[in-house]
Design a binder for this molecule. Sequence first.
Ligand code: ADP
Ligand code: MG
Length: 349
Amino acid sequence: MFEDKNEQRTPLSELGEFGLIQHLTSMVELQHTSSIKGIGDDAAVLEFDKKQILLTTDMLVEGVHFDLSYVPLKHLGYKSVMVNLSDVYAMNGNATQITVSIAVSNRFPLEALEELYEGIHLACKKYNVDLIGGDTTSSTKGLIISITAIGEADKENVVYRNGAKPNDLLVVTGDVGASYLGLQVLEREKEVFKVNPNSQPDLNNYTYLIERQLKPEARKDIPQLLKALEVKPTSMIDISDGLSSEIIHICTQSKVGCNLFEDKIPLDPQVISTCEEFNLDSTTIALSGGEDYELLFTIALDDFDKIKGNPNVTVIGHITEERDGKHLITRVGQKVELTAQGWNALSNK
Ligand code: ADP
Ligand code: MG
């Protein structure tokens, strides 16, 4: 971490735009029958049979969304894909293709882009997604990555944010809060490094947190699990900004209220121990941290038996009438109004 590796630096100008694209994408092999034509023509050609198509884009800007002083480019490439796939899974669909557009300054040598694409290709392979195109251009400063993900779902399986009903259960996958804490650990190490470049950070107590921040995994498995359990959520969203703000999105769009139970929120032991060490409130971190890329959904009460005891999901609350408001029920039984503080709000403190 943080090292300037003094590796080979091939200027991008040596390859030219077409040479660069060719170099970065020559190994792509299309896997999906829906991918008729990928990279190499004026447009990609796709063909889906009777499915509804899901399409989503996210842009990541250096200095705003990532800091290359502690984010390895390979991880950045991987995470950029995850961020997009997560949105497709949040519609209860399967991601099938992505396009990748990059704007890059001449500060970046070819080797840097190779690393970035290593992460992108790894994500595509692991999640069975075809890279079918993109755009490559220069920027005056820094790196910008924009990825578009395409997915498919049967019409009757698509899940929107606006279908939650009173008495539905509120369910979250995995655990929350770790990614934000991972970022805090990395930021802290960056400051230490600035003061003493020879310091060797001991990050053993934070491995899970750092992994969640640098190499999140989108929940491709959840739409499959829900299908196998024969559960169709009434609403669903992925957790990018923070549990609290995502719950509020579902409630607002569904015109309902909710009770979220503090003692039910799933936390990894490293989140609990690190919050104690950093003197942070773990519930605040879980609610406002963000970048968890877990899925939050609601199900009819009748479906509870189908998910009961499944280790991938935790019931954290229930939906109420809109007029009852959106509340957190604390461990001591206090009712507190939920507010939408995303990770941006937290990081500006
Ligand atoms: P055009 O001039 O028609 O925009 P480009 O020269 O930009 O075409 O792109 C040529 C081909 O390479 C297209 O298929 C495009 O989708 C693909 N492509 C361009 N940049 C990237 C990239 N960064 N990653 C993946 N594919 C890319
Ligand atoms: Mg182009």
